[in-house]
Structure formats: C-alpha cells, structure tokens
Design a protein around this ligand. Structure first.
Ligand code: ADP
Ligand code: MG
Length: 397
C-alpha cells in the first residue's frame, strides 16, 4: 500500500469549495446530547483553519453514531456545529440534510472563509453502501475533497472513499500524520522494531500478529491472548481467557517467528485472580502452571522486567493492546510499566487501538508518546497491512 499521498498543501484551494470529511463521531450524554469529549472536534481544527486561511469555503461532513432508518434528531450533528463554532470563533452554518435542497442551497451560497456542516452522512442510506449517486451528489457541491477522518478510512463509504471518484482528493493534516508516522514505521522502520501486542483476544489480532511477524524484530505478547499462546505450548492456564480454536494458529505463529528470526516473547509469570473482579486479590503464578481455579489478569514482575528492557533498546515501538485488565487497579501494573517504559525510551513510540490509547491517557503518559493513532479499527487494519479504502482513494504524491 502506498502511504505517500497528496495533502492540502499540494493543492490549490483558493476561492474553492472544499468538501472535508471529518471524524465528528463524538461521545454524547445520552439524555442531554451534550458533547462529553470534544477531542475529535479539536483535532479537526488545524485542517479547517488552514483551508479557511487559504481562502477556501469549507463544507464539512461526518457520521455520528449508527442511525439505521434515515434522519433522527438524536443523531443530528447540530451539537457539533455549535461546539465547532465556539472553537473556531465563527458561525458554523448547519444544513438540515446531507445532499437535499437545504444542503445544496447553503453550499451554493457559501463564500470563502465560511464553514457549512452537512447533516449526519448516515442519514442517507447510500452512505454505508458507498452508493455512487450519493457520492456524486456530495461531490457536486464542491471542487476539492479533503479527507481527515482517519477513524473512518477503513470503511469504503460514500463520504470516505466514493466521493474521491468525482473530485481531486487529498488528505488533511490528521491523516497526513498517521500515514507519515505509522506508515513510516511499517514501511521503513527505525530498527529494532518492537511490537507489543496485548488486549483480550488472539482472534481479534490474528491479522496484526501475522503481518508484524513479517516486519518486526521482536514481538511481545501480553494481555488475555498470552494464555492461548501458553496453552498452545503445553501450559495449564486455569480459568484464564482461552480461545481453543486458535491454539494451532498460536503454534503456527511461533513457528513463523522461528523461521523469520523474530524474537517472540511470552509472559513467564502472571498475576492471577480467583474471579474477574476489581476486588479480587492478586496471586502470582508461573504462566505455564496456573491453578485450575485461577485466571491470569496481568503480566508478573519478571515479565515486566524483560518487556521493559526490550523497549529500552528499540528504534521503534508499536503498541496495541493492554498487558492486563488495566481497568482494575490491582491488575494495571503491567500496562503501567510498559507505558512508562515507552514514555522513557528514545525510540519512536506509536500507540494503536482504542483501549490502548485510553490506557496510556488514563495513566498520564499520552504526551510522552510519539504518536497515538486517532483511529481504533482503522489503526488495527493499518497494522494488519490491509489496504485502507479511505487512503487508497487519495491522489498519490
Ligand atoms: P485495543 O482496543 O487497544 O485494540 P483490545 O480491545 O484488544 O485493545 O483489548 C482491551 C481489553 O483487553 C481491555 O478491556 C482489557 O481489560 C482486556 N484484557 C487485557 N488482559 C486481559 C486478561 N488477562 N483477561 C481478560 N481481559 C484482558
Ligand atoms: Mg478495543
């Protein structure tokens, strides 16, 4: 996959109408619909401000939530328009629809320096089907397409990919940074490249493990998936998270690592609990001999020592998936120690995955990382080496 894509800096937008796909899928209070975290709106500001400074008129669009049956007030982007207006310090004009009469009229009347926000793209049934008629109707309102919704680039929808068939398409600053840092780490990493993979399930990370085995020097396994690996190697894992269908796969990955000369590190010790509870008392066990009535909840101190040492001498570290059930303080130490090691290393540090990003933020290390990907599902597919439709559709440099 080519990550070298044209950006807003490579195209003339002066006096033009720019359709800008943003990720305004913000969390909201279920009752009042007040936005509870405006991080995604703030993240869009640099691209919007740049376009306005260049003399463009911005027609922003996004999805919000999962409306299934056309327009629904609770999925309206109106609260986003209000917040975006406050942050920009200027009026954001809200359209009543996506490509209907109101949107078309307001887009036609829009002048340089103004911002229009279309309604939730998923109010149109054709959005998730990547309907060419919808894509063309959106494109007809503008002269240039800019995509800055990294969180949605793994989806081939009308507003994330289809529209690029009808307009010159470039990336905004958010996608540019994702491609530069994550794409760079995958295509041409500063070595040694260490990948730390954790989280709950092997089955959700198979593509990531397989792809990273092709490019990494060291792969570190933690989290719930470590127990399926331990079992596959003949261990007893008690009540730990286990995916019996994936035992063979774990063995295949172990063999692949050996053949490729990749060092595959598994936990040696693990903090266990008698039940999945935040009040459970942690008990330390060897990862290969977990008692029948116990479950592995975090990596143990010996494992922490090996894992943090591997990070110290790395050139690049890619981290996806917590080392344990970090939501419970008694089982957060493994994740905390790895986060701290990443914060202290000189390596390029990249965090992909929604829960991993949340863990790093919760532990207070967010500003110490080189890059925290803004897309959960999108960053996983990126790490799997898959083609991302919302990136592939942009013009090559
Ligand atoms: P990401 O969103 O970063 O890709 P995942 O969604 O794969 O990460 O996994 C995150 C979840 O994995 C967390 O909620 C965490 O509690 C859980 N987890 C980590 N270790 C264990 C374990 N030993 N047993 C059960 N769940 C675990
Ligand atoms: Mg997750």
């Amino acid at each position: 996959m080519n990550y070298n894509k044209k950006t807003v800096k490579d195209i003339d937008v002066k006096g033009k109408k720019v359709l800008l796909r943003c990720d305004f899928n913000v969390p909201q209070d279920p009752d009042t619909r007040a936005i509870t975290d405006d991080k995604r709106i703030r993240a869009a500001l640099p691209t919007i401000q740049y376009l306005l400074e260049q003399g463009a008129a911005v027609i922003a669009c996004s999805h919000l939530g999962k409306p299934k049956n056309g327009p629904e007030e609770k999925f309206s982007l109106k609260p986003v328009a209000a917040r975006l207006g406050e942050l920009l310090g200027k009026d954001v004009i809200m359209a009543a629809d996506v490509v209907g009469e109101d949107a078309k009229a307001k887009a036609a009347a829009l002048s340089a320096g103004q911002v229009l926000l279309l309604e939730n793209t998923r109010f149109e049934k054709g959005e998730t089907k990547n309907d060419p008629a919808l894509a063309k109707a959106m494109a007809d309102m503008a002269e240039v397409y800019v995509s800055d919704a990294f969180g949605a680039v793994h989806r081939a929808h009308a507003s994330t990919a289809g529209v690029a068939a009808y307009l010159p398409a470039v990336s905004g600053f958010l996608i540019e940074k994702e491609l530069e840092i994550m794409g760079g780490a995958l295509a041409n990493p500063k070595r040694p490249l260490v990948a730390i993979l954790g989280g709950s399930k092997v089955s959700s990370k198979i593509g990531v493990i397989n792809h990273l085995l092709d490019i990494a020097d060291t792969i570190i396994i933690g989290g719930g998936m470590a127990y399926t690996f331990a079992k596959a190697r003949g261990g007893s894992v008690g009540k730990s998270l286990l995916e019996a269908d994936w035992l063979d796969y774990c063995n295949e990955m172990t063999t692949k690592a050996r053949e490729k000369g990749v060092s595959l590190l598994l936990p040696v010790d693990t903090l266990c609990a008698a039940e999945f509870s935040k009040d459970a008392a942690p008990v330390l066990h060897d990862v290969m001999t977990i008692p029948e009535d116990m479950m592995g909840m975090d990596i143990g101190p010996k494992t922490i020592e090996t894992y943090t040492a591997a990070v110290k001498d790395a050139g690049t570290v890619i981290w996806n998936g917590p080392m344990g059930v970090f939501e419970f303080p008694a089982f957060a130490e493994g994740t905390r120690a790895v986060a701290k090691a990443l914060a202290e290393t000189d390596a390029i540090t990249i965090i992909g995955g929604g829960d991993s990003a949340a863990a790093v933020a919760q532990l207070g290390y967010a500003d110490k990382m080189t890059h925290i990907s803004t897309g959960g599902g999108a960053s996983l597919e990126f790490l799997e080496g898959k083609e991302l439709p919302g990136v592939a559709c942009l013009l090559d440099k």
